[in-house]
Design a protein around this ligand. Structure first.
Ligand SMILES: [Zn+2]
Length: 361
């Protein structure tokens, strides 16, 4: 089982130069290959990567000697990424044709661990080609074999490494607990055990701060130093918000996985809801799809089961007590479910989660 760990890196001046070079070289190889494929398609009208012969990164090294200065595996991965983007495009045209990589948003490269060329010792990590080891903030220990790692620099200037580890994960002991989870807007999640998970206050605070900063940014003159400074500041808050949100999603998903054998959630068509509601931003913000993804992979790791309720399942309209279906609750502002048949009165989200739980029975 593959598991990814992300840590902050603190490269020194010399290492930063090497990383910048590698980011640039992988981007160059990717863009060059893409350009050649486009040209070749225009000439031959053949996009099939299996039958077409394109130059490899190794062949580029004759023409562009400076490519030899960086890790050759990073260049091979650039080619693999392009192949992958191509395959995805042919599998699903809505994904779009592969785009050229820009310096502003793609400062990263991936390398592989061949013959223990990647390892961590004394809070430093060794990566191929670079002689010195880079300082790493390894806040979590892991066991298993490092398969590959991706080093990136985010717009605020920080460096990160994502390490893919092949680890045999211990399955959690089986439990009889089952739970239904209703995902909401006011509260992030409400369970059939009547537990509420709210959107953390510090997250809301950061979002307010960002909105204010962006308003400020629009008033600053284009190309000015102040604007540049404000941009970096905004990038930092963006990053903070993303981290705070991820942190919340990890906490909730881990708790649910730890305590329950079966978890039922709705099949939320986030994109549809975003179109139809004024609440678009908060829906996207609470990251339902990311939450579902976390639940699914953690379930796989620890031997749990996730059930996705069908779209047609009217969890918020059914009475969890008698099963009667009532359409009154289509109004989102109505917080209470009142059953006209059996008279049950319940918080509408708890009622919905109890209905979801029924799918696990
Ligand atoms: Zn009822």
């Amino acid at each position: 089982m593959l598991k990814a760990y992300k840590f902050r890196l603190y490269p020194n001046e010399e290492q930063r130069i090497y990383l910048a070079k590698t980011f640039g070289c992988t981007r160059f190889v990717y863009n060059r290959m893409l350009a050649e494929r486009i040209k070749s398609y225009e000439e031959n009208k053949n996009l099939d990567i299996k039958t077409m012969k394109y130059p490899t990164p190794a062949q580029y090294k004759y023409e562009f000697e400076w490519l030899k200065e960086v890790d050759s595996l990073s260049l091979a991965n650039a080619q693999m990424n392009l192949d992958k983007a191509y395959k995805n495009f042919f599998r699903d045209k809505s994904i779009g044709f592969p785009k050229f990589k820009k310096k502003t948003n793609t400062n990263n490269y991936t390398t592989n661990n061949q013959n223990r060329t990647v390892y961590i010792e004394n809070n430093h990590i060794k990566v191929p080609k670079l002689k010195s080891m880079i300082k790493i903030d390894q806040h979590r220990q892991f066991t298993g074999l490092i398969k590959s790692c991706t080093i990136s620099q985010v717009p605020s200037g920080k460096y990160f490494i994502s390490i893919l580890v092949d680890a045999e994960i211990m399955k959690l002991p089986k439990t009889d607990n089952k739970i239904g989870v209703d995902l909401g807007i006011k509260e992030f999640a409400i369970t059939s055990d009547e537990e509420f998970f709210g959107n953390p206050k510090h997250l809301k605070k950061s979002e307010k701060k960002l909105a204010k900063l962006q308003k400020n940014l629009s008033r600053k003159q284009k190309g000015s130093n102040n604007r540049k400074k404000a941009k970096i500041k905004a990038a930092k808050i963006h990053e903070k918000i993303a981290n705070q949100r991820k942190d919340m999603l990890h906490k909730v998903s881990t708790q649910l996985i730890n305590q329950n054998q079966v978890i039922v959630i709705e099949d939320l068509k986030v994109s549809n809801m975003v179109k139809n509601h004024k609440l678009a931003k908060s829906i996207v913000d609470v990251s339902w799809s990311e939450f579902r993804r976390m639940l699914e992979y953690k379930a796989k790791w620890y031997g749990r089961e996730i059930i996705i309720a069908p779209v047609s399942y009217a969890s918020s309209q059914l009475c969890s007590n008698c099963g009667n279906q009532s359409s009154q609750t289509k109004d989102l502002s109505c917080r209470t479910y009142i059953c006209p048949v059996c008279g049950m009165i319940m918080d509408r989200d708890i009622n919905a989660s109890k209905n979801l739980l029924k799918l696990a029975m």
